[in-house]
Design a protein around this ligand. Structure first.
Ligand SMILES: Nc1nc2c(c(=O)[nH]1)N[C@H]1C(S)=C(S)[C@@H](COP(=O)(O)OP(=O)(O)OC[C@H]3O[C@@H](n4cnc5c(=O)[nH]c(N)nc54)[C@H](O)[C@@H]3O)O[C@H]1N2
Ligand SMILES: Nc1nc2c(c(=O)[nH]1)N[C@H]1C(S)=C(S)[C@@H](COP(=O)(O)OP(=O)(O)OC[C@H]3O[C@@H](n4cnc5c(=O)[nH]c(N)nc54)[C@H](O)[C@@H]3O)O[C@H]1N2
Ligand SMILES: [Mo]
Length: 766
């Protein structure tokens, strides 16, 4: 493919231009149309040259000795040649399929990989394994898995978690209040899956400010509130939002502020919810005073908020993190119930929508930018699991479990294949996962970084990064389709995931099925042609491939006004019913009752939160929000990520009072611990954090290996909080990840070598 004059590429954290000098990337510059380029931009380049880059195929020493997997995560690796490596992987796949069947191959391989859509590692792995007979996969996601499974039962399939939100521009125009559970944290808008040309949050915030919309954040952390004049903040104890929302509904009912006509026409089951909220069904009225004791929010403030919402047009949103907790289905169901009681669903810019604070591009104008990767092939195996149940699956083959109103059974996994994800970043209770990963006969990983997942494999195959291959990036919610030019030759012996799979398929006798005779560059051109065809169908002209490739981007025209969510349903509920059992929004679901849960949104508490029994032993609630400075574990050693570390450790935010109780000062090295494990961090006192709450972003490497001693302290412990988080599904409804339901305590390990006198004084003060 011809190289353009200006080299360009994209990452999940934005598009950029590249300066190359004699085969080395010298610098990157922001995409010229991005109004707010991300400070993470250089991460893409720093990952290419990272000191822990995987450069050659390598096999685990213990595997060569036939240790049955016992040394995974601990062993040394021995570099081997590509032919030998590919022979090993092909032979192990063939053996597993023959002896144990195709379901014994686990290829779920959850993970973000890189931005380009052709070289999407997980999609390519699925295609490769499907063509070879099939595999056990993973469904839903870590982001909003519980809601993804459950919310369609409440509002219908096409109004589920993947459908577009009401554009924020319409919200700004029509709503007077945005009630944002979890706020609109700027750090989350740095990234967008697939890459983006525009970082849109600052623009939206400007419009909201101009239109005088009240943005009310409810969160345990003040910084989640956007940095705009007049932004309001209500501090709440983590994972107690559902209690607050029920109390808001209680006020609406008692003060007759609820929209009875809306409830009667557009919803079903309100009476059941009402009986619970008023306490007639369980003897506990969900009053503001009741909610205040759970949430820590003054009762008068709750009542005032309910009255404000009843008076003014509103949009109610929550970050996805709210449902990444025990019974995480409940706060989302409660929000839909509250929005129904307010009766504003389907009116322009009003109602509810989840995730405005979660990721770049939410609430876009409705671009529907068409992008596609190498197509999937049908998977003949149906034993897939809800994504976050991986350790349970590995530990308990054959065991039955309830999920999404079905009984399923875990398959018996003998081979794990991972490409483009880092379970030793993303999963909970990592010491348990580490044990589980030693069970299968064989583990193969494609990686670009020597991380916890690579070290838990038997063979690591070095993959290229996006800057070493041609691709096309972008997101359906961004106005740009982005050319991703190969800037340099592959580092070391790295190969494209696609070429690795093609070589394996060759050995296994199905190369043609996998490649269809195409090279990766053929696929890049073909994917552009597919986008073109889709756009032609919408009457949008596009240039030919060569012109697009030289230009480096294609900008979508501004779309026509997009509808507010459920606008058609509101206009005519008979003609446009929602796809639920009653054709209406279901505030009560009898089949939830059959699962042993209340049949309506309910406050169920949790084993781990500030009000649970365990809080007497572990009195701090640990939140593990998305990391600023990097995407999950990607770019962990980058400069931008380093700006959020101190002395080699991640920063643990702690309320000054909780710090004082433990004689901890700013910059002290601390241990964060519970019964599941311990990790280390540097303390930062932060009065913006709710008392009893600590905050440590995930993404640090899992150092459950003697290869990875901490670079500064030489202590063999890192800052990976997923050592501490719990690995139990949200509930039988969604079986999502519950990382946010986690109690810990913190103790001082080492005084800061250079204490900041001002910080010490601050501590002694308040
Ligand atoms: N405690 C806690 N845990 C969480 C969360 C939380 O909020 N709290 N959030 C969860 C969420 S929402 C998510 S989405 C997950 C994210 O979890 P992941 O998506 O697994 O995290 P990443 O670090 O992005 O992992 C991508 C991996 O792919 C590798 N990679 C990148 N490009 C390529 C490529 O082209 N080829 C190959 N072969 N490899 C490549 C990277 O080096 C990296 O190791 O984490 C979840 N975990
Ligand atoms: N910089 C950066 N941005 C990212 C990512 C990244 O890795 N790096 N990952 C992306 C991905 S994959 C995803 S899925 C999204 C996830 O998006 P989210 O799930 O929305 O992200 P979080 O940071 O976990 O949570 C947002 C905020 O919710 C608040 N919060 C936590 N628990 C509670 C609670 O119980 N109640 C209330 N009211 N608030 C609470 C936290 O203070 C937190 O700052 O982020 C995306 N954005
Ligand atoms: Mo996510």
């Amino acid at each position: 493919m011809k190289s353009p004059r200006q080299l360009r590429s994209a990452s999940h954290w934005g598009a950029f231009r590249i300066e190359v000098d004699r085969g080395v990337i010298r610098d990157v510059a922001p995409f010229e149309f991005d109004p707010a380029p991300s400070p993470l931009l250089r991460n893409a380049v720093e990952m290419v040259y990272a000191p822990n880059r995987v450069l050659k195929p390598a096999v685990r020493a213990g595997w060569l000795k036939g240790d049955g997997g016992a040394g995974r995560g601990q062993d040394d690796f021995i570099e081997i040649g590509w032919d030998e490596a590919l022979d090993i992987v092909a032979a192990q796949l063939a053996r597993t399929r023959k002896l144990y069947g195709d379901a014994a191959v686990f290829g779920g391989s959850y993970g973000w990989a890189s931005a380009g859509r052709v070289h999407h590692a997980r999609g390519l792995l699925h295609r490769f394994l499907a063509a070879g007979g099939g595999f056990t996969g993973q469904e839903t996601n870590y982001s909003y898995g519980a809601a993804m499974a459950f919310i369609p039962h409440v509002v219908g399939k096409s109004e589920g978690m993947s459908s577009p939100l009401t554009p924020l521009a319409q919200v700004a125009e029509n709503a007077r209040i945005i009630l944002a559970f979890g706020g609109l944290p700027a750090k989350n808008w740095e990234v967008q899956s697939g890459g983006s040309g525009v970082h849109a949050l600052s623009g939206h915030l400007h419009t909201l400010t101009q239109n005088g919309v009240r943005v009310i954040t409810v969160s345990p952390f003040r910084d989640d509130s956007p940095d705009i004049p007049g932004a309001e903040f209500i501090s709440i104890r983590p994972t107690t939002d559902c209690a607050l929302i029920l109390a808001l509904i209680h006020i609406l009912i008692t003060e007759n502020l609820h929209d009875r006509a809306f409830l009667a026409t557009y919803t079903s089951g309100f009476e059941t919810l009402e009986a619970y909220v008023m306490g007639t069904s369980d003897g506990v009225p969900k009053t503001p005073a009741w909610a205040s004791a759970i949430t820590g929010i003054p009762a008068e403030m709750i009542a005032g908020l309910a009255r404000d919402l009843a008076r003014q047009p509103s949009m109610i949103t929550a970050t996805w993190s709210l449902q990444r907790a025990a019974n995480g289905e409940q706060p989302f169901w409660a929000i839909i119930s509250l929005a129904s009681a307010l009766g504003r669903i389907g009116l322009p810019g009003q109602g509810f929508g989840f995730g405005y604070g979660s990721i770049n591009g939410m609430g876009d104008a409705g671009y529907k930018t068409p992008l596609s990767g190498v197509p999937s092939l049908p998977n003949p195996v149906t034993s897939h699991i809800p994504v976050a149940r991986i350790t349970d699956m590995l530990m308990n083959p054959g065991q039955g479990y309830r999920y999404n109103f079905q009984t399923r059974h875990y398959p018996d996994i003998r081979l794990i294949y991972w490409a483009g994800g880092n379970p030793f970043h993303h999963h909970q209770d990592l010491n348990r996962l580490s044990t589980a990963f030693r069970k299968p006969d064989f583990v193969a990983v494609h990686e670009i970084i020597w991380n916890g997942t690579a070290r838990h494999s038997d063979i690591v195959l070095p993959a290229t990064t996006a800057l070493e291959r041609n691709d096309i990036g972008g997101s359906s919610r961004d106005p740009f389709i982005l050319a991703m030019h190969r800037a340099i030759n592959p580092m070391g012996d790295a190969r494209n995931d696609y070429d690795i799979f093609a070589a394996l398929a060759e050995r296994l006798g199905y190369r043609k099925t996998f490649t269809e005779g195409r090279t990766t560059d053929d696929w890049v051109k073909r994917q552009w042609e597919r986008s073109r065809a889709t756009l032609a169908g919408r009457g949008i002209d596009t240039p030919d491939f060569e012109t697009f490739w030289e230009q480096g981007y294609f900008r979508m025209p501004e779309p026509k006004r997009m509808k507010t969510r459920l606008e058609d349903f509101r206009a005519d509920p008979e003609a446009n019913p929602v796809e639920t059992a009653t054709g209406r929004i279901m505030l009560s679901l009898p089949q939830v009752g059959e699962e042993g849960l209340p049949p309506h949104a309910a406050w169920l508490g949790a084993d781990e939160y500030l009000g649970s029994a365990l809080a007497s032993r572990y009195p701090l609630h640990l939140l593990t929000p998305q990391p600023p400075g990097r995407l999950h574990s990607q770019g962990g050693l980058s400069t931008a990520s380093g700006a959020h570390r101190r002395n080699g450790y991640e920063i643990l935010r702690i309320n000054p009072k909780d710090a004082r109780d433990r004689e901890i000062a700013d910059d002290d090295v601390v241990e964060v611990f519970n019964d599941r494990g311990v990790c280390m961090a540097v303390a930062a006192l932060d009065p913006g954090l709710c008392e009893g709450v600590v905050r440590l972003p995930p993404g640090a490497d899992y150092l459950g290996s003697r290869r990875a001693v901490d670079p500064v302290s030489q202590l063999d412990r890192g800052s990976n909080p997923n050592i501490l988080t719990r690995d139990v599904g949200t509930s039988v409804l969604g079986q999502g990840c519950t990382a946010q339901s986690c109690l810990v305590d913190v103790r001082l390990v080492q005084r800061s070598p250079n204490p900041d006198p001002a910080a010490t004084k601050r501590m002694g003060g308040s």
